[in-house]
Design a protein around this ligand. Structure first.
Ligand SMILES: [Ca+2]
Ligand SMILES: [Ca+2]
Length: 138
């Protein structure tokens, strides 16, 4: 069964991409995780420490700069301690970059996370200003 689900992962990943705009309609994270097949479901991002007064404006890209999240807006505004839904399927070897958007300056780099396979695990974006935790669900 495991191998079969891996074989189906490409098609399922495409389905996940189509679903990303409808996260508010997803009933629960377990149901969403199932739709990721062999991919990893990113369920939420929590701001442990933010870099600005009030809110950070955050978004996630690949190393090449392709936008991963959010899909329908440039960024998500987040306060210290706040958790926001990500609801996104990514490859089990995805490398994710977290950025903080600034209108007048170059956006701030907040850290990088290498997804460690198809497993349920929390990851931290840090090493510079700000500290963020993202949860992956196998
Ligand atoms: Ca900033
Ligand atoms: Ca900002």
């Amino acid at each position: 069964m495991r191998n079969l689900s891996k074989l189906a992962a490409v098609g399922i990943a495409a389905a996940c991409l189509a679903l990303t705009g409808t996260s508010a309609a997803v009933a629960g994270q377990n149901a969403s995780a199932l739709t990721c097949g062999g991919n990893v479901f990113l369920d939420g991002l929590r701001a442990l420490e933010i870099t600005e007064n009030g809110h950070d404006e955050v978004y996630i890209t690949t190393q090449a700069g392709a936008k991963v999240w959010p899909v329908t807006t440039d960024y998500v505004s987040i306060a210290a301690g706040q958790r926001v839904e990500v609801d996104k399927c990514v490859a089990p070897n995805a490398v994710l970059y977290l950025w903080e958007e600034d209108t007048l300056d170059v956006d701030d780099y907040l850290g990088v996370v290498a997804i460690d396979g198809d497993r349920t695990k929390d990851y931290l974006f840090g090493g510079g200003p700000g500290l963020y935790r993202i949860g992956a669900v196998a």
